[in-house]
Design a protein around this ligand. Sequence first.
Ligand SMILES: Nc1ncnc2c1ncn2[C@@H]1O[C@H](COP(=O)(O)OP(=O)(O)O)[C@@H](O)[C@H]1O
Ligand SMILES: [Mg+2]
Length: 223
Amino acid sequence: MTAIEARDVALSFGSTPALRGASLSVDPGEIVAVMGPSGSGKSTLLHCLAGILVPDAGEIRLDGRRLDTMNEQERSVLRRDRFGFVFQFGQLVPELTAEENVALPLLLGGVRRTAAFQEARPWFERLGLAGLERRRSGELSGGQAQRVALARGLVARPSVLFADEPTGALDSLTGEQVMDLLVACAREQGTTVVLVTHEARVAAYADRQVIVRDGKVNALVRS
Ligand SMILES: Nc1ncnc2c1ncn2[C@@H]1O[C@H](COP(=O)(O)OP(=O)(O)O)[C@@H](O)[C@H]1O
Ligand SMILES: [Mg+2]
């Protein structure tokens, strides 16, 4: 059984085709790197897999269940309950403390405040962020903010973590630290990871690499 799958997915933005028959199957617990040049359709593919965008044609499946035919509300529940996200620029909520940002997916999922913070707390130790719980995103370095974003992406134990250029805004050493933690935590939780990156060094962390070119997943390198 595949964890998440795109089959012959096509999507255009107006007259610009972003995906033209893209297919990708990811096994449970597998970490797949989606590589390819800028503008090739990597983020669009990730957004289709995650139920953020609905393809014009083709199918998306989570654990064998069609996702692209669900309505917006069903997909939003699925995103909340089954998916975690890490984007290039952390996108922490600036008004919230680091701790509140990490607890947010749990709170949105209906977990009580005390329990949510209890679950959020160990992530600070685990990701080398102890002592930064009460800081706001403006008071964190880029690497610290991205580790908080990683904790937020994993705290609700998602089935699939979607990471779009998670190290794109970091220097290479800081990027490696974030990737080491991302991979270690995902493995520990058995989380499936779809990792979009154009950096070979980052893709090397994955079990498998695929390449998106002209809106198709048309090359595959087993590592
Ligand atoms: N919201 C959008 N509106 C219009 N065109 C878009 C939008 N998002 C992406 N595109 C276009 O779709 C193509 C694929 O983009 P994208 O998936 O972001 O590529 P990548 O992530 O590989 O850089 C590009 O030609 C891009 O300009
Ligand atoms: Mg992109």
